[in-house]
Design a binder for this molecule. Structure first.
Ligand code: BGC
Length: 767
């Protein structure tokens, strides 16, 4: 390599001299700066020029949200920002305090649960592209998101930051998000790897989960981010797995991520998620962030030098106690990340808080809103029939883009539900608003009680309800500690602040009640039988209010589907049913008792009816799922994909979109399985009366289960059952399918018993 570099240098200088041009014009670029060279050649060149100290300096923070480059060589530092719903405001160099800039207000995009509810990968790309443009404009190199931890229990305070309970849905949605972000020369940072499925004891809990559940449920979205999305960075989780913290976990980071999946990016610790030098050095951590907080900087000249991967690491390397090759691997990964982002001269410029971004956010929020119930077609709101609306509820006016923890945002604008409703209906309908309940000021880690009197708030709301044609209750959770907020789980499955009683009282006063839930989590609905219409509106970001009004008015026909199950009672949730060792854990130990039966897999398999099933969402129109046709036979080697065709027809009077879903089960499986699992979906837009031919495909390989003994994925031949569905609880057609796998000796086909590993199958001849 050195010889090659020398030759290149001589050739370039000789040519410059021979052609007689000015020396500075022809002075050769060092290879690492030459963008015509392949990335790996440049990284290798840069690495060869670094001192031991410079390499170590790449491996830890230099401020709350940045890490060093190599100033001597013109290699820039890395700037990171949260993520994932917008670009966080500037934070002080050494503490969590806001820097107080006036040019860092951003667009808040809908929370990731809302994105998942769109069931539309095009929306995920639109989201990633827009938020990536904002990150680029703000000169951020790494956007700390998206999060793909699986929704295991409705109490997790951070569920709103994730993509729901199904590994397939999360995998399909995360890939275009990453692509959209990274096209801006900004790295996405997939987080939190792995098993960070709750906030309670998040830094201490040691998660015990079967290898099968790990592989089939908790890892697929991370794998998709790495293998299909080509994500450039990944954040370790706070919790422990097999006794080791996930930010320096040999199995997760070395064996799976960097070994099996060949991740070539950098592993970044969660802030204060690093706990040892040697383990972090050897077990896959590349950049240590956030270890020192405010207090640590007070008495030392540079607290960042005290990080585990700073002076203590350097010392161990000098003493031969840590491996130099491992250091080189880390430095190489960090350089790669810098070259892909901060040093990428071809990046676009980005843009901040533009109308285009507001519009993208609005479209995503509109497509994600879920119509849960609509008895008697109370919605859409007909302005001829309804002349006055009593809007009740704190979430109608409360800012919901700030607070909530690290995903908090400082927004250029936030249209509240009340504002959106007034914008849309204000001229034709009399709109009043009253709080009805009050929660107290928003804070992180602390709840201040409301100074307002609950009884008088309720009395006033009931009075308004009586006087109006319709009541629009806008409540749900908020971003306070103990609600949808980082750092703590919810304390109850019920709606807080007396909302259940309030909803009943409103219904007693007026039968036309629409409940609009703004939350990132499922909630109990003891009043559901009495309330005619319910909309799940999520946290909609800057354009939340306008998106809500579009759906209420019918300007946009709701098409969102639930990305997680709403159980009737908390006890019906699989994780909760396993007792306190399963959730929230005992003495830092936690066993995922429900194993692979997460979310709808649990409800379906155990026969526990949910309040609303995964994938559920109504529309103002109706869709007919025509008889499906299956391309048969499925003989692996000749055909390795199941193809199901059918005609979807909009049989109603309004244009609308439907997310059709295909689940697959194997009733006679030789191993325990969930009754059915989502294996394909597709969002289809149809005008009234329009029909479209839809093709859904399922690769046979995706039917494999993880065999713990063999540590491999196995596909069973034989009979499967496809369920073409409008939700996991609304199956329109059941279609049996038989899959034949080639027998091991290649002489024939065994239809019933053959089980082959994906490794074996990939070796089989195709004829
Ligand atoms: C969160 C991360 C976040 C980081 C930086 C941590 O507390 O878990 O998701 O990116 O802080 O704000």
């Amino acid at each position: 390599m050195k010889k090659m570099l020398l030759l290149k240098y001589l050739t370039a200088t000789t040519l410059g001299w021979l052609s007689g041009t000015a020396a500075f014009a022809q002075s050769p670029l060092p290879v690492y700066l030459d963008e015509n060279e392949p990335l790996e050649v440049r990284v290798t060149d840069a690495l060869s020029r670094l001192t031991l100290e410079e390499k170590v300096a790449l491996c830890h923070a230099q401020s709350k949200f940045s890490s060093k480059g190599v100033a001597r060589l013109g290699i820039p530092e890395l700037w990171m920002s949260d993520g994932p719903h917008g670009v966080r405001e500037e934070i002080l160099w050494d503490s969590w305090g806001a820097a107080g800039w006036t040019n860092d207000s951003c667009t808040a995009f809908p929370a990731l649960t809302a994105l998942a509810a769109t069931f539309d990968p095009e929306m995920a790309y639109l989201y990633g592209k827009a938020v990536g443009e904002e990150a680029r404009y703000r000169n951020k190199n790494v956007l700390l998101g998206p999060g793909v931890n699986i929704y295991r229990i409705p109490l997790n305070g951070r569920n709103f930051e994730y993509l729901g309970e199904d590994p397939y849905l999360a995998s399909v949605m995360v890939v275009p998000y990453i692509r959209g972000v990274q096209e801006n020369g900004v790295a996405a940072c997939i987080k939190h790897f792995a098993l960070n499925n709750q906030e309670t004891d998040r830094g201490g809990v040691d998660v015990e989960v079967s290898d099968r559940a790990l592989r089939e449920i908790y890892l697929p979205a991370f794998r998709a981010a790495v293998v299909e999305g080509g994500v450039w960075s990944l954040m370790g989780a706070y919790n422990r797995y097999r006794g080791q913290h996930c930010c320096h976990n040999a199995v997760l980071l070395n064996d799976i991520l960097k070994g099996e999946w060949r991740f070539d990016g950098a592993v970044i610790s969660d802030w204060s998620g690093t706990h040892s030098t040697l383990e972090a050095a050897e077990n896959g951590l590349d950049i240590e962030m956030g270890t020192g907080t405010d207090g640590l900087t007070r008495n030392t000249t540079n607290a960042y030098d005290s990080y585990y991967l700073a002076q203590p690491y350097l010392q161990m390397l000098r003493e031969g106690k840590a491996n130099l090759k491992t250091l080189d691997d880390k430095a190489r990964r960090v350089l790669r990340l810098i070259f892909r982002t901060a040093m990428n001269r071809n990046r676009p410029w980005g843009s901040l808080a533009t109308e285009a971004h507001a519009d993208a956010g609005r479209r995503i929020a509109e497509a994600g809103n879920v119509l849960l119930k609509n008895e008697g077609n109370l919605l859409p709101l007909e302005t001829g029939r309804i002349r006055s609306v009593a809007v009740v509820g704190e979430n109608a006016v409360r800012g919901l883009t700030h607070a909530g923890g690290s995903s908090e945002l400082k927004v250029k604008r936030e249209v509240s539900p009340l504002e959106g409703i007034r914008n849309r209906f204000g001229k034709t309908v009399k709109i009043t608003h009253t709080l009805g309940y009050a929660s107290g000021p928003s804070s992180y880690g602390r709840v201040n009680p409301s100074p307002l009197d609950a009884d008088s708030l309720r009395r006033e709301a009931v009075k308004r309800a009586r006087e109006a044609d319709m009541v629009l209750f806008v409540g749900g959770l908020n971003k306070n500690h103990g609600q949808d907020c980082e750092g703590g789980d919810r304390e109850s499955y019920d709606l807080p602040f007396g909302q259940n009683e309030l909803i009943e009282a409103l219904r007693d006063a007026n039968p036309n009640v629409v409940v609009m839930l703004v939350s990132g989590n499922a909630v109990a609905m003891p009043w559901i039988d009495r309330i005619p219409a319910v909309v799940q509106a999520w946290y909609g970001g800057s354009e939340a209010g306008n998106a809500i009004a579009s759906v209420l008015s019918g300007d946009v026909n709701p098409s969102g589907k639930l990305p997680f199950t709403f159980p009737v009672r908390l006890e019906d949730n699989g994780a909760f049913a396993g007792g306190s060792l399963s959730y929230p854990g005992e003495n830092h130990r936690q066993v995922y008792a429900e194993d692979i039966l997460v979310g709808y897999r649990w409800h379906d398999t155990k026969g526990i009816p949910p309040l609303f099933p995964f994938g559920h969402g109504l529309s103002y129109t109706t869709f007919d799922y025509g008889a499906p046709v299956l391309e048969q036979p499925i003989v692996y080697g000749t055909c390795d994909t199941i193809r199901l065709g059918f005609t979807l027809e909009n049989t109603g009077k309004r244009a609308g979109a439907e997310a059709v879903q295909l689940y697959v089960g194997k009733p006679d499986s030789s191993v325990f399985r969930a009754e059915k699992e989502l294996k394909a979906f597709c969002k289809v837009f149809l005008r009234p009366g329009e029909k479209k031919r839809i093709a859904l495909t399922v690769p046979v390989a995706s039917l494999a289960y993880y065999h713990e003994g063999l540590k491999d994925w196995l596909v069973e031949g034989g009979d499967y059952l496809l369920s073409l569905s409008a939700s996991s609880g609304d199956i329109r057609h059941r279609i049996p399918v038989e899959i034949s796998l080639p027998v091991a000796d290649g002489t024939g086909l065994d239809f019933e018993t053959e089980t082959l590993s994906l490794t074996e199958l990939s070796k089989k001849p195709t004829e």
